[in-house]
Design a protein around this ligand. Structure first.
Ligand code: UD1
Ligand code: MG
Length: 460
């Protein structure tokens, strides 16, 4: 907890809404933004504030929310019937100590930043009701902030309850607020559902605070996108672009060259060295680390991988749950599947698939090959069209290829099998028995020359 806030902070995240306009069977707050469920963004931001507790009020979608987000250290509060934002907060209050500060966030407002919330908590710690408000050119649909002649906030009126004069107000309620639990408990107990929507409005506490003479503070976020909510796929797509633009700006600031910041998607975390260059249409998922001077070509998908310094990934590769060493070359059109470790200076070329295999330093698999469940040593050359036949229809088997071995083009290595260090396998050989070190293994039909052979001619 921050030393400036003597009281414990309790965050209540409202996430029980149905999200009808998403036209989806998935609860709204589980839709991903930048690869992470909407509500998870809010949970992570809440946790940055080091609160005493984070409670998520859920309803629509049943247990899917707690089940999907079971790894998040939060408390789940059920609100089986959605009777309004006031009713939702009420569900979380019994577990909250009266001397704590309550911060209300929305599960469908994902881009709110911790630095915007801290002043609200500070004001609430001083005894005020702190609201986050914003001025919009088009305030339609939102609750409007009412102020008296001196400019003091006196209440919030919902769109559906507003007079035509009030509808002209452009300062709106974002819904995010902070206040002492003691005040909040008292005000919530007094809520009535006598309004256009027949709901218990959390916003009615503002007028209660004003009538009790409690100070009402209205803070504004630095950017409007921080308080933008998701109610439709259109708004989700809009926020996705904003989130990606922010991530791209952050990477540019850290010195990454993005050939087009508008054509880069980060759906996880990216750790980068110096002078990294990323071409267009690259998607980064999970945790990805790129060493100094790494170059990622166009149209690559990088998922949970580490790529060493000076390595070049040419266009159109998919690299998943794998490690690539320093100064290696991958692609174009390579697929590195989970559990692969490609050592430094190795070359993995076009139309090559590597699965759960190690490829040693300086080894080359340059064309049209499948290497699965294999250990390939150092400085091995694997010719075009080589296949490790790792699957017998029931079980997977291992292939071992020793250092400096050379495998000719179009070979099949039927696992389990090993090729010794320095051995050579002739082109078009099917290896079914272990090859000792240093030998030549050839297993193909010998070439015949038939002199004077006549091709069949077409019948008249
Ligand atoms: C609310 C505010 C409005 C504000 C707007 C900002 C009230 C009465 N009005 O209106 O002043 O301008 O948000 O977007 O608070 N929820 C629950 N349980 C419920 C009802 C809602 O968990 O019973 C959750 C929703 O999932 C959503 C949030 O609370 O995350 C807001 O609910 P919503 O119905 O969108 O409120 P608005 O009518 O938009
Ligand atoms: Mg809303």
């Amino acid at each position: 907890m921050s030393p400036s806030l003597p009281a414990a902070v309790e965050v209540v995240i409202l996430a029980a809404g149905k999200g009808t306009r998403m036209h989806s069977d998935i609860p709204k707050v589980l839709h991903p933004l930048a690869g992470t469920p909407l509500v998870q963004h809010v949970i992570l931001t809440a946790q940055e504030l080091e609160p005493h507790g984070v409670r998520v009020v859920y309803g629509h979608g049943g247990e899917l929310l707690p089940a999907t987000l079971c790894a998040s250290r939060v408390d789940w509060v059920a609100q089986p019937e959605q009777k309004g934002t006031g009713h939702a907060v009420q569900q979380a209050m019994p577990a909250i100590a009266p001397d704590s500060l309550v911060l209300v966030l929305y599960g469908d407002v994902p881009l709110i930043r911790a630095e915007t919330l801290r002043p609200l908590l500070k004001a609430a710690a001083g005894g005020a009701l702190a609201l986050l408000t914003v001025e919009l050119d088009d305030p339609r649909g939102y609750g409007r902030i009412l102020r008296d002649h001196s400019g003091a906030v006196t209440g919030v009126v919902e769109q559906k309850d507003a007079t035509s004069e009030q509808l002209g107000i452009r300062e709106i309620n974002t819904g995010i607020l902070a206040v002492g639990a003691l005040h909040l408990k008292r005000w919530l107990a007094g809520l009535k559902a006598d309004n256009a929507q027949g709901e218990y409005y959390l916003t009615d506490i503002v007028a209660m605070a004003a009538s009790e003479g409690v100070t009402i503070v209205a803070e504004q976020p630095r950017a409007v996108w921080e308080v933008m909510g998701v109610n439709s796929k259109g708004q989700l797509a809009e926020l996705e672009r904003i989130a990606q633009r922010n991530r791209a700006s952050d990477l540019l600031e850290r010195g990454v060259t993005l050939m087009d910041p508008g054509r880069f998607d980060l759906r996880g975390t990216l750790t980068v060295g110096r002078d990294v260059i990323i071409d267009v249409n690259v998607i980064v998922e999970g945790h990805v680390t790129l060493g100094d001077r790494v170059r990622i070509g166009a149209n690559n998908v990088l998922h949970n991988c580490t790529i060493g310094a000076d390595t070049i990934v040419h266009p159109n590769c998919v690299i998943e749950d794998s490690t690539i060493g320093d100064d290696a070359r991958v692609g174009p059109f390579a697929r590195i599947r989970p559990g692969s470790r490609i050592a430094g200076q190795a070359h993995i070329g076009n139309f090559v698939e590597i699965k759960k295999s190690e490829v040693g330093e300086g080894s080359k698999v340059n064309h049209l090959s499948y290497i699965g469940d294999s250990s390939v040593g150092r400085h091995v050359n694997i010719g075009a069209g080589t296949i490790t036949a790792n699957y017998d229809g029931a079980n997977k088997h291992h292939t071992v290829i020793g250092d400096n071995a050379s495998i000719g083009s179009d070979c099949t290595l039927v696992a389990p099998v090993s090729v010794g260090a320095g051995a050579t396998v002739g082109a078009n050989t099917t290896i079914t028995e272990d090859v000792p070190p240093g030998v030549l293994a050839v297993g193909r039909v010998r070439q015949k020359i038939i002199e004077g052979w006549k091709r069949p001619a077409k019948k008249p």
